[in-house]
Each structure stands twice: as C-alpha cells, then as structure tokens.
Write a protein that binds this ligand. Structure first.
Ligand SMILES: O=C[C@H](O)COP(=O)(O)O
Length: 236
C-alpha cells in the first residue's frame, strides 16, 4: 500500500488514467504519481477486467500509487466490484457515489477499508455534506470528475470557490481530494492553487487530446513539469 494520505501537502500529485500495463509504464516513466486503471471506451468510470488491473499493478510494481475504477453503478453490485478490484492489490478503488445511499456507500467501503475513493460528477453539482457523508461511510478520499467526455473541462462546470470548498471539506474530514475532468496542462496552475491532493488526467495527455487514443508520454512529462513548477496552495 503506497503512502498517499490526506495531507497538507501544498503541491498536488499527478493522476494519469491508463487502459492497461503498457500505458501504465508510459505514465510511470514520464513521472506520474498515481496510475489509474480505467477503460476509456466505457465512459468516465469504465471498469477494466480485474485481471487487467492486476497486470497494471504488477507493471507499476510499487513505483507509484495505483487506483482502479469499479464502474459507475451503485448499491450492492458496486460492493462486489470493489471486492474484486481489492483482490488485485490495487491501492485505491474509485466508485461513483451520486445516487447511492449511505448504507450502500458504507457497504462498498467496508469491502476495501481505507482504499475506496468516491467520485462525484461536476454536472450533478457538489453538495456541501459530501465529505462528511463519505468520511462517515469509511471512504479514503473523494474526487470531482466530469461525466461527459466531450471536452467541457471541470473549471467550465464548477467555479473555483466551489472547488476550493470541496477540497477544504475533504481535508477537514480526513479525506484525500482529487479534481479531474477533461483537464489540460494549462489548467494546472489555477487548480493546483486550490490545494487538492491530486489532479487527474487522461484525454489532455493522449494523442490529439483524444482520451480514446494512446497516452502520450511527452504530454505526461509536460504535466509533471507543470505540477512540479506550478503554484503551491499556500501561495493562493
Ligand atoms: O480520473 C481521471 C479522469 O477521468 C481523466 O479523464 P479525462 O481527463 O479524459 O476527463
């Protein structure tokens, strides 16, 4: 289990979503901090087969934090999916938490204690009580992503004060916080200044900016540089 925990770290880490072990190696070699296994052919939270996730974990070999999405369903089905992914050895499992009730969230989190991250979609808005609910359910973190992957980036859907309030709420409840959603390297300075634990990317780091094409190691490296040289939350 890698060491990423909710911290007051002023510089966010870079999460890169990959579709398999080869892309995981590309992201790792370019300097990504979190390698996130997901199927870009199946929407914002498309789950890969557990054996593919296991292969990603093996290829990363502990050199970065790993995560995998369990799908965008909710309820008891998601609890089984969490258990299946937990068995692959992946560090964190991401699930959609939109319509789920607190009992379903707690059941899902209990299948991988301290390893489940709740994903909210910006299009649905972010209620103020989400960090408290997820923390009470036993989640390790929360992130905001975009459901629609047609190029409308997160900052076009939620204003900086809303994102900052979400990040602060997560930190106040001991949750890791992540921001993602059709982001590009140019989005890094403003979002890094809000103090999230990580920023998530795929499409903006793929060839032609198309999340369904291959991950581009040079673009990942540019994002790593921008994250490293960008503003710090305490400079905000
Ligand atoms: O978790 C990461 C995001 O889903 C990345 O996907 P995107 O940059 O293509 O929106």
């Amino acid at each position: 289990m890698s060491d990423i925990q909710p911290t007051s770290s002023v510089r966010p880490r870079l999460l890169v979503s990959v579709r398999g072990p080869d892309e995981a190696l590309t992201a790792l070699r370019a300097g990504a901090d979190l390698i996130d296994a997901k199927d870009p052919e199946r929407g914002a939270l498309g789950a890969l087969h557990p054996e593919t996730v296991r292969a990603v974990v093996a290829r990363v070999g502990g050199r970065a934090v790993t995560s995998a999405v369990a799908g965008d369903g909710t309820g008891t089905g998601i609890a089984e999916a969490v258990a299946a992914l937990a068995a692959t050895g992946v560090d964190f499992i991401k699930i959609a938490v939109g319509p789920a009730d607190d009992d379903a969230l707690a059941e899902a989190a209990a299948r991988a204690p301290g390893r489940v991250i709740g994903v909210l979609f910006a299009e649905d808005g972010v209620a103020d009580d989400v960090p408290a609910r997820l923390s009470a359910a036993g989640f390790a973190g929360a992130m905001i992503d975009t459901r629609g992957k047609t190029g409308t980036a997160l900052p076009m859907l939620l204003a900086a004060p809303q994102l900052a309030a979400f990040v602060a709420g997560c930190r106040g409840h001991g949750l890791m916080s992540g921001l993602a959603g059709s982001l590009g390297v140019a989005d890094i300075p403003a979002l890094a200044g809000l103090g999230p634990d990580y920023l998530g990317f795929r499409g903006g780091l793929c060839r032609a900016g198309d999340r369904r094409q291959a991950l581009d190691g040079a673009r990942v490296a540019r994002a790593v540089t921008a994250m490293r040289d960008g503003p710090r939350a305490d400079a905000a």
